[in-house]
Design a binder for this molecule. Structure first.
Ligand code: AMP
Length: 413
């Protein structure tokens, strides 16, 4: 029979990594919770239109990367490639504009993009995502950037670079895109074939080109940051002032391109030098037109998304904090039921307890106790013994209460 394998670009998360991931999500929840962000969950699949309208028909994500399928009634559904559009759909559907604004929420979970798999890039990956919906106050942009930086810091990602820009309004951007297209068309002969073939679809990509001729042309290209309307420029200056006051270094990058159409005003991205080609740890921005695009009332919003796999990759291997453990060994078969009961009792008292459950010899059981790093082993046979695994010292207990006492002494918990 054919050997079965996980689908291309997906990842089995084995216990050691799974624990780190849970810890990271818990840290994010704590950091975000202190700033008033509440957990929220939306479905892993949505009506395809949520992303087609939200993320944008012309984006790579919608054109090439979505896992889209039909349900039995012929409705088009899509595995979510990102979180914001679904959360905004839920904000509208659940009348969340009636709550005190801004509504601050966060979530963590799986996302799906049909990309070419490589180091740090998967087809199923996991994001931590936070959103503040219902206010365009620049302090929310700065707050989210600072919270994301704190999550990276607590996760131990090491040094990172923050790039920041503003895209202004959709109108400013549309006018600018026309200006840029005209600029590129006038210099088509000097551009790479790839860039010149995509002037109409995606002129912004020209800023990222490796081609020397294109790079030379782009040195004189008009920049969106220089075309911002006065209130957008003011908003951007306010965000920057707050980041400066908080002491968070950032680089203004007028060519910062994000792969989603809904952004307006602030956009940002954190990168780590420790990651290879896929250097982005996380990013986000403001999306003041998105809720309206999804048929809701005009409502501003801002958010971020960060990849859990990338954060842990940048953080590298880390020593897990040692945890006191207890092993319950069974010296004769008749003691099995008492051993089971004792393990339950010790767990109830808050200890990490493992029990012999594989029919090993006493020697094998003590070896297993060592393997799991137990500081105490309780041996049930004709007597009950508590063995200190460091000193080898063994003491007898007469009942469960005494076991608890002796184990606490030995394990120090
Ligand atoms: P984006 O919405 O594309 O900016 O993605 C936000 C973050 O999610 C990125 O900075 C990455 O950390 C992570 N991410 C995005 N796509 C992938 C992927 N295919 N595999 C792993 N992580 C990803």
């Amino acid at each position: 029979m054919r050997k079965l394998q996980a689908p291309r670009g997906t990842l089995d998360v084995l216990p050691k990594d799974a624990r780190r991931r849970l810890e990271l999500v818990a840290t994010a929840g704590e950091v975000l919770g202190r700033a008033g962000y509440e957990p929220m969950e939306t479905p892993v699949f949505e009506d395809t239109e949520v992303f087609a309208r939200g993320v944008g028909e012309s984006t790579d994500i919608v054109q090439k990367e979505m896992f889209t399928f039909e349900d039995k009634a012929g409705r088009s559904l899509t595995l979510r490639p990102e979180a914001t559009a679904g959360i905004c759909r839920a904000y509208i559907e659940n009348g969340m504009h009636k709550l005190a604004q801004p509504v601050k929420v966060w979530c963590a979970g799986p996302f799906f993009r049909h990309e070419a798999p490589q180091a740090g890039r998967f087809r199923q990956f996991t994001q931590i995502d936070a959103e503040a919906i219902g206010s365009d106050d620049p302090s929310l942009d700065a707050e989210l950037i600072l919270l994301l930086d704190e999550i990276f810091e607590r996760a131990g990602t090491g040094p990172r670079r923050l790039r920041l820009s503003s895209l202004g309004t959709r109108e400013t951007r549309a006018d600018y895109i026309e200006e840029l297209k005209n600029f590129l068309r006038a210099r088509e002969g000097e551009l790479s074939e790839e860039v010149s073939a995509r002037i109409d679809q995606n002129p912004l990509r020209a800023f990222d080109a490796d081609h020397p001729g294109t790079q030379a042309v782009m040195k004189d290209a008009p920049l969106l940051l220089d075309r911002l309307a006065a209130d957008d420029a003011e908003h951007f200056a306010a965000v920057r002032a707050l980041l400066d006051a908080a002491g968070l270094e950032h680089q203004i990058d007028p060519t910062l391109v994000r792969g989603l159409d809904y952004y307006t005003r602030t956009v940002f991205e954190f990168e780590s030098e420790r990651l290879g080609a896929q250097a982005a740890l996380g990013g986000g921005g403001r999306y003041d037109g998105l809720i309206e695009e999804l048929s809701g009332p005009p409502t501003p919003g801002v958010g971020f998304a960060a990849g859990i796999e990338r954060i842990l990759l940048a953080a590298g291997e880390q020593e897990a904090a040692p945890q006191a453990r207890v092993f319950v060994a069974i010296a004769k078969p008749e003691a099995a039921q008492d051993a089971f009961g004792l393990a339950q009792r010790l767990r109830g008292a808050g200890m990490r307890v493992e029990l012999e459950q594989a029919g090993r010899s006493m020697k094998g059981q003590l070896k297993q106790a060592d393997r799991i790093g137990a500081s105490a082993t309780v041996i049930l046979g004709d007597t009950i013994e508590v063995k200190d695994m460091d000193s080898g010292e063994q003491r007898e207990a007469t009942d469960a209460n005494q076991v608890l006492e002796l184990v606490r002494e030995v394990a120090g918990s």
